[in-house]
Design a protein around this ligand. Sequence first.
Ligand SMILES: Nc1ncnc2c1ncn2[C@@H]1O[C@H](COP(=O)(O)OP(=O)(O)O)[C@@H](O)[C@H]1O
Ligand SMILES: [Mg+2]
Length: 329
Amino acid sequence: MRRYDNGYDTDQAGELRRMVTDNRQKKKAETPPARLHTLSILSGKGGVGKSNIAAALSFALADFGKRVVLIDADLGMANLDILCGVRNAKYNIAHLIEGSRSLNEILVHFKTSERATKLNGSVSLLPGGYGIREIADLDEFALERLFESLSDLEMMSDYLIMDAGAGIHKGALSFAYASEITLLITTPEPTSIRDAYGVIKSLGSAAWQESKDSATGVMLIVNMASSSREAQEVAERIRLASMQFLGNAPMYLGYVLKDDVIERSVKNCRIFYRSDPDSNAGICIRNLAGDLLRMCEGMNVEHEKLPEKKKGIRGFLSRLSEKLFAENK
Ligand SMILES: Nc1ncnc2c1ncn2[C@@H]1O[C@H](COP(=O)(O)OP(=O)(O)O)[C@@H](O)[C@H]1O
Ligand SMILES: [Mg+2]
């Protein structure tokens, strides 16, 4: 048998090529139609409950049988690992950016409720690296490595929930622009309301449904409300201002009541929804998860009509890079 310089004999090389082609075809055949829904959670002001809501919603969606990957995209202020009781997460998003670890090595898988397990629901966390710079500051190569790894999420999850941080900096706004749905969290405090309006204003037309491919745009969640009525009033104030000055308004999705159980759980590094799913706040989270699911299932029909590159994680990543690179060029 003739041996080539590269050390492979012809048969071996042919076999390798066949294996690669087979693997590619297999991967293609295994790739389900893009159905992954992308949700980012952000706020104008910090400390309004984004991380708690992101984590609690993830576990509530798992109880409905969904496979959820929670990403701590609040680069620089990442704390979801601590909040979720993960001690000493070995690897984080920084290792993905460096290219030194694979997604599978980094993801932290949580134990879910009996109900979730029965329905094949799951929650995994991609921890954020503490002190990482803004996503908008990463160079093209780092972003490419990150995007390449994230594209595997399509196969392993139904929902991608990103805790995108506070403020109107480019990173958070880019996540909002790229996601199908942006959950904008505010509390009834006037400062939080004003800053939530600031986010809507900064997002501009990206905040509205019709400007994005099958995306629903921004939806309001009022956290720490003392009643459903107060929450509704807060949402209405934001919607009215938005309508009056920007000509369009985000939808109001729902509320989470102020509940001591959250503070207690945070102190014990527990997600309140896991330990107290039937608390007042837990019931609110379950209602929000149910409404989100109904909305996203409805979106699937429209989703099917989109070209592959605009769907799921591919759509998300291409919108994200479009946003991150557009203004740099
Ligand atoms: N619904 C709520 N009821 C009572 N306290 C809450 C509620 N939501 C959040 N908190 C409190 O607010 C603090 C900040 O929440 P966190 O999720 O870390 O906010 P963010 O991620 O927006 O900075 C938590 O430590 C918790 O004590
Ligand atoms: Mg947070």
